[in-house]
Design a protein around this ligand. Sequence first.
Ligand code: SAM
Length: 270
Amino acid sequence: MGEPQLGDRSTSLDTSVPHIARVYDYWLGGKDNYAADRKAAEQVISTFPDVTVSVRAQRAFLGRAVHYLAAEAGIRQFLDIGTGLPSANNTHEVAQHVAPESRIVYVDNDPIVLLHARALLTSSPEGTTIYIEADLRETGKILEQAARILDFSQPVAIMLLGVLHCVPDADDPAAIVARLLAAVSPGSYLAIAHPASDVAVDQMARSMRNYNAQARDPLTARTHAEVSRFFEGLDLVEPGVVQVHRWRAGVGDLATDRELANYGGVGRKP
Ligand SMILES: C[S@@+](CC[C@H](N)C(=O)[O-])C[C@H]1O[C@@H](n2cnc3c(N)ncnc32)[C@H](O)[C@@H]1O
């Protein structure tokens, strides 16, 4: 399977149009964003106020998923694509808290994330973290460079949290996931968080339309069935693909009876 040509879509730093990394940073209460990002972020909030709750719930899901993978599944290698700007509880912090020898490869296509990557490279002395600037669609480049520190004969957790919706159907995100999964050994895991198109349907549709009218890279929310399809061939970890705040929720997590348009799940390659 070949990789699609990125053409002029490869990311250069243009702060005059909103970019998802900086918009997401704004929703999380961060400071690494520009006027165009803040405008787009506020417009989404005006049509979909729960977006700020949803992104915080996604970060909490990231923490629970990485903790599960390190503490219960025994994973020591993480490939985190669509890393985002450093925030609380980054993947290496959660993993190395459980197992200091954990090795983490961060991948993002936004030069702003690269500028802040130093904060992601604060590995424990026993472990390693590296950062690769690449697009999720460039699976060959990602796998080749990740092999500098990841041993692909041993299980790896592939983390695709809040990034697959940045890949439109035309670029076949399922094929991208399949290429990544083909490269990892049995016993490896895939974790996904993905905005839902079949929860808060009207609000989500309106906010996606508003955002996509301003941003260079369009976002695609997907249904439960569409998100579940990314896990084809894997054994889903309980409770399956659910709204992120309902995935192994613990004390201090958001109440699980509210609706959030954001799906999460973790699957194991048999
Ligand atoms: C919404 S943030 C998610 C951050 C983090 N994974 C989390 O769940 O908190 C999405 C990140 O994916 C990155 N991204 C978007 N499209 C990408 C692509 N095609 N390739 C690599 N990274 C991408 C953005 O730059 C941004 O940092």
